[in-house]
Design a protein around this ligand. Structure first.
Ligand code: ZN
Ligand code: ZN
Length: 109
């Protein structure tokens, strides 16, 4: 298992990370956006399945639609959202750990 990504892309409403070892992770846009760690969104920093706090201002649908995904160095992933938001950088380590695929879920349980 590696936490280095070779490619990232947006497919439909999901952000896809292709890891250096060939594994692919599909992250639903809505869950990624809710986990945004930037200063403006801070307060919902828990990735996938852990407790999240209710938002004060509910986000509109475009906020959950990823429009672009780029790698930042070899440690992060930056996503641009349909509402123009693009300040959050997701740590690749955390993303790999939180891979929602059946195989990784089973390995975590
Ligand atoms: Zn944010
Ligand atoms: Zn996986």
């Amino acid at each position: 298992m590696t936490n280095l990504a070779s490619q990232v892309m947006v497919v439909g409403s999901e952000v896809v990370v292709v890891w250096a070892d060939g594994h692919e992770s599909y992250f639903p846009g809505a869950e990624l956006r809710r986990a945004c760690t930037c200063a403006a969104c801070r307060g919902e920093q828990h990735l996938f399945g852990r407790a999240t706090l209710p938002t004060l201002t509910p986000l509109a649908a475009p906020a959950f639609q990823p429009v672009a995904a780029v790698l930042v160095g070899n440690y992060g992933l930056k996503v641009t959202w349909g509402d123009g938001h693009e300040h959050g950088i997701y740590a690749l380590d955390e993303l790999r750990t939180a891979c929602p695929c059946t195989q990784c879920r089973a390995a975590r349980d």
